[in-house]
Design a protein around this ligand. Structure first.
Ligand code: NAP
Length: 306
């Protein structure tokens, strides 16, 4: 007999180990540590309801040590799929049966589809980012000179998408310079074609320094923050408004219903700015499409976000 009770805000591995059916069943979820902040349930549950799919989506607080056990439990319970957020995106690669090309190249996955007892991993961050940029600024990545701040998981997904789109120019600025350099090296093959671009290199890693930012801003159209700087209350903008310029499009991958520090800096400099809510929306819509092989109700999902 199914229990007709409302679902909890957050479940744990202990809950999974003594799992019971819900009505409608919980067949999808997000694993994270922490996970309480995740906006995915409201977005995906709105989509499920709209599409009359009898299933619910829930949050699971899973520690890194429990990831393997929790994924196996999902397989046994015949879940349809999962999202992964920090800190599981890299470790989960080793625990699934197959990974899509983006996931392999980025070295991280954020979506799992479970079917016939097999788990397939995907990375939808890069494609979600490309759709977000098109929506926010009405431009395609291929027409842009892009400066990315960061070289972690999100930056790697974004940089790969820019490279695959044959963007005009790609510059990676990272605190740990060598990490930015390694990312640029991995993408070098995408920039060896005939597209020629002025006196500055088409692909470059730069140190996290004001003078380097200043020079690059003059040769950039789009600045992307793919670091967590701006996430915590009181954080500064990762790049000062003094260094920004009115010609720029500025995208902060941090999502918030309020303006992020980088968005405020962009506004102060007379530039256009947007935050990561649109990327969150589009990477979530792509996940829905992977799970159900049908178009996601994007406007319903958007309306469910703050
Ligand atoms: P990650 O893998 O931990 O990478 C963090 C990056 O930020 C690293 O390059 C790190 O540089 C840099 N960094 C950290 N603290 C810094 C500081 N104080 N100053 C300068 N650089 C700093 O994290 P991630 O998964 O890429 O996530 C990054 C951001 O992307 C998060 O804020 C997340 O919210 C956002 N994100 C948004 C979406 C969306 O859908 N909107 C999706 C994915 C991620 P070092 O290499 O020097 O340590």
């Amino acid at each position: 007999m199914k229990k007709r009770i409302g679902i909890k805000e957050v479940y744990t591995l202990a809950d999974l180990e003594s799992w019971h059916d819900f009505d409608p069943p919980i067949g999808l979820g997000v694993f994270g540590d922490p996970v309480e902040h995740s906006l995915s349930p409201q977005m995906q549950n709105a989509a499920l309801k709209h599409c009359k799919i009898g299933m619910q989506y829930a949050r699971f607080h899973i520690s890194p040590d429990d990831l393997g056990k929790a994924l196996e439990r999902m397989r046994e319970l015949k879940f349809v799929g999962l999202n992964l957020t920090l800190p599981h995106k890299v470790a989960a690669r080793e625990l699934v049966d197959r990974i899509d090309d983006d996931g392999k190249q980025i070295g991280a996955i954020n979506v799992i589809k479970i079917g016939n007892g097999k788990m397939r991993g995907f990375n939808t961050d890069g494609r979600g980012f490309a759709r977000a940029i098109r929506e926010e600024f009405s431009v395609d990545l291929r027409d842009l000179k892009v400066l990315i701040l960061g070289a972690g998981g999100a930056a790697r997904a974004i940089a790969l998408e820019c490279a695959k789109s044959q963007c005009e120019r790609l510059v990676i600025a990272n605190g740990t310079f060598e990490k930015g350099e390694r990312l640029a090296q991995k993408l070098r093959r995408f920039f060896e074609g005939p597209k020629v671009f002025g006196p500055v290199p088409r692909l470059q890693a730069i140190p996290w320094e004001e003078s380097a930012f200043q020079f690059q801003i003059a040769n950039a159209d789009l600045v992307v923050n793919a670091t967590p700087v701006g996430l915590n209350r009181g954080d500064p903008s990762p790049i000062s408004s003094r260094l920004l310029a009115p010609h720029l499009m500025v995208y902060d991958t941090i999502y918030s219903s309020a303006r992020t520090p980088l968005q405020s800096a962009a506004l102060e400099a007379g530039a256009r700015g947007a935050n990561g809510l649109s990327m969150l929306l589009h990477q979530g819509a792509l996940a829905f499409e992977i799970w159900f092989e049908r178009t996601a109700p994007i406007e319903v999902m958007r309306a469910a976000l703050p």
